[in-house]
Design a protein around this ligand. Structure first.
Ligand code: SIN
Ligand code: MN
Length: 266
C-alpha cells in the first residue's frame, strides 16, 4: 500500500491515500481547530480584514489532539519511506478558506520558502494534506501541476528577494515567492492539473517542489485543509529565523503513536 503511494508520489509529485481519518478522529481534530481559531495568540493568522481567521500554525506544539495526529504511524511511515530516513515535524498549519470570500493562494513552490528563508539544504521534506471539510472543485481546492516536482526550483524574479522579510508575507494571499502566470501557462501545456478534492478526512501527500495554488472560494461551503510537513532529520534548516510556530526548532525524530481507531478505508 505504501509502495503504491510512494510510486505515485515519486512520479507525479503527489498521491492520494486509500485511508481517511475516521469520523471520531476527524471530529476531535475539528473541535481542536475550532477552539484554537477563537484564541488570541500569534499562531492565529487573519485575512486582510483583520478578523476572519485565515490560518493556524504550529498547533502540534500546544494542542494534544494535533500532537497525536502528527504521530500517526501511517504519516510517519509514508514520510520515512519517501525521504529514506527518520523525520520530524517541520511545519504544521491549517488553512481555513472561508465560504463566499475565501482568499486564494497564488501559484508557488513550498521549497522556495524553506530554502531561501530557512536554509533548508535540500527538497527532502514532504507535505501531508488532510481535508477537514468536504473539498470540491468549487470551494478552492488545492490544485497541483503533476510532475513539476521534478523541475527543481523554477527561477522567478521573486527569488532574488532578500530573506528575513515579514513572515506574514509567507502566509498571506500576496505570497513572497510565487511562480508567474506566464510560466504557469507554459507549464500547464505539459503538466496535468489535479485538484485534491475529496470528503472531509481525505488524506493526500505532495512534494515541496510541486507547483500548486488554490483559487478564491466564492461558494457557500467553507474549505479547511490541515497540512503537516515532515522533514528528513539530516535536512534541518541552517538559518531558521522565522517564529517557532512556523519552523519548529525541535528536530528530533517524531515518535509514532499507535492509534488504532484514527483511520478508516477511504
Ligand atoms: C499552501 O500552498 O501552503 C496552501 C494552499 C491552500 O491551503 O490552499
Ligand atoms: Mn504551499
Amino acid at each position: 500500500m505504501l509502495i503504491d503511494a510512494k510510486q505515485q508520489y515519486d512520479s507525479q509529485g503527489f498521491c492520494v491515500m486509500p485511508q481517511r481519518l475516521s469520523d471520531a478522529m476527524l471530529a476531535q481534530v475539528r473541535e481542536s481547530i475550532s477552539e484554537i481559531s477563537g484564541m488570541t495568540r500569534p499562531e492565529v493568522v487573519y485575512e486582510k480584514d483583520g478578523k476572519t481567521v485565515r490560518a493556524l500554525h504550529g498547533c502540534h506544539r500546544f494542542d494534544d489532539v494535533c500532537a497525536d495526529l502528527v504521530r500517526l504511524p501511517l504519516f510517519v511511515e509514508l514520510a520515512e519511506s519517501i525521504l529514506g530516513e527518520e523525520v520530524y515535524v517541520y511545519q504544521f498549519k491549517v488553512n481555513i478558506k472561508n465560504a463566499v470570500d475565501g482568499e486564494r493562494w497564488p501559484w508557488h513552490q513550498d521549497y522556495a520558502f524553506w530554502s531561501i528563508e530557512d536554509g533548508m539544504p535540500a527538497d527532502r521534506a514532504m507535505n501531508i494534506a488532510i481535508n477537514l471539510d468536504d473539498v470540491y472543485d468549487w470551494n478552492g481546492p488545492l490544485q497541483v501541476l503533476a510532475g513539476t516536482h521534478l523541475l527543481g526550483l523554477i527561477p522567478s524574479p521573486d527569488h532574488g528577494a532578500t530573506s528575513g522579510g515579514d513572515w506574514r508575507d509567507h502566509v498571506s494571499a500576496d505570497l513572497t515567492y510565487t511562480v508567474g502566470d506566464q510560466e504557469v501557462e507554459e507549464l500547464g501545456k505539459r503538466h496535468e492539473l489535479h485538484r485534491l478534492t475529496g470528503p472531509a478526512g481525505t488524506i493526500s501527500a505532495f512534494h515541496p517542489n510541486i507547483v500548486h495554488s488554490s483559487a478564491r472560494n466564492t461558494s457557500s461551503d467553507r474549505r479547511t485543509i490541515l497540512y503537516i510537513t515532515y522533514n528528513a532529520v539530516s535536512n534541518s534548516p541552517r538559518h531558521a529565523h522565522r517564529p517557532h510556530f512556523l519552523v519548529d526548532p525541535i528536530t528530533t525524530a517524531v515518535r509514532k503513536l499507535d492509534q488504532p481507531l484514527a483511520l478508516t478505508p477511504a
